[in-house]
Design a protein around this ligand. Sequence first.
Ligand code: SAM
Length: 219
Amino acid sequence: MDHEFWLQRWREGRIGFHQDAVTPWLREYWPGLRLPPGSQVFVPLAGKSLDLAWLAAQGHDVLGVELSSLAVEQFFAEQRLAPQMRESRYGRHYRAGNIELICGDAFGLDTDVLADCAAVYDRAALIALPPPLRQRYANQLYACLPPGCRGLLVTLEYPQQEKDGPPFSVSGREVRELYERDWDVAVLARHDILARQPGFIAEGVTALETVAYRLLRQG
Ligand SMILES: C[S@@+](CC[C@H](N)C(=O)[O-])C[C@H]1O[C@@H](n2cnc3c(N)ncnc32)[C@H](O)[C@@H]1O
């Protein structure tokens, strides 16, 4: 699964992962992270998620990264925002108000650009990646986030042998293996969602849960 896989999905409009509403667990669990107003929030593999706009509406400075320029441009067009653009070594930055999206590779980011992030929000990012990239995502990208950083992570769990990803199943054990060295990991909620996912049922999946985690980066 390379960059072209995702770029092609955006070109062909095969974006079944995109939601027409804000993620309910974001509304429910974000306030519990108790971030000061104005804190910067990092959103890796951002897509054109409405969650970006919701985070900005809470008074956060939002910093997203997304490979596809179609996704980035659709996000701003759908929000009726006219972003300013600049280039950097990370890619093309689009900024409107308190939302900045970098059109580039998340794995090209470093501690310089992520130094001010007080939080990270992951919905459909870790689970979009195959196992070797999940290791890089935690060990390389999350390693660039500063001590004290807090996070909300949403995963899916299902019998992986019943369907190919993405989205991939990422077990609680794997989440701990990926993060626990540097992050305090706590499960906030776990729900059975199979009945609400006819696409998974049609593919023969027999069990499907979504899990929300709170992360806290150790000093
Ligand atoms: C499953 S989608 C989730 C998007 C968004 N988080 C949401 O909830 O709608 C994964 C997104 O990550 C982007 N992506 C994949 N690999 C990436 C990378 N290495 N750097 C930046 N974005 C990437 C894809 O283009 C796609 O939009």
